[in-house]
Design a protein around this ligand. Structure first.
Ligand code: MG
Length: 162
């Protein structure tokens, strides 16, 4: 039985503007506003990558995939997540469970839950338990005013038996 565990947390925020795409957990969301910036602006996947990197103490997403590096310009965030999971496994660890929260005011995300879980489930090892939670900004702050989308993630990893 595994007794060697690590935990990592990650969070991300992206600005929202009209006419941009909104991608959450690799799933395109129908929305009149989307995330501004490099790549697909997938806050949930960015938070998950930081949680994984935190668990293996390998810095943050900006060090591994700099957003001013053209190599990562049009890469899907899910592909960056796949690379990060490879790194975690190479270091001898496996994600046990992943818990996440997306904070967004303007769009009800519940209808997208199963698609997001499917995408994450296809990316993570089969044995990882994955949960996604949705909440709003209660009408206050950058999330509540519809100016931003936030995501948080926490991931427990366990030592692979070899
Ligand atoms: Mg980000």
């Amino acid at each position: 039985m595994t007794t060697d565990f690590r935990v990592g947390q990650g969070e991300d925020r992206h600005r929202l503007e009209t006419g941009e795409n909104l991608v959450i957990g690799g799933v395109t969301i129908e929305s009149d506003r989307g995330t501004v910036g490099h790549s697909d602006g997938d806050v949930l996947v960015h938070a998950i990558i930081d949680a994984l990197l935190g668990a293996v103490a390998l810095g943050d997403i900006g060090q591994h995939f700099p957003d001013d590096d053209p190599e990562w310009e049009d890469v899907r965030s899910v592909d960056l997540l796949r690379r990060t999971l490879d790194t975690v496994e190479t270091r001898g660890w496996a994600p046990s469970n992943l818990d996440t929260t997306v904070l967004l005011q303007s769009v009800t995300l519940a209808p997208y839950r199963s698609a997001i879980l499917d995408t994450l489930g296809e990316t993570f090892p089969r044995q990882t338990t994955i949960n996604v939670k949705f909440t709003t900004g209660e009408g206050v702050g950058p999330v509540g005013r519809g100016e931003a989308i936030d995501a948080r993630a926490i991931c427990l990893i366990s030592r692979l038996d070899r």
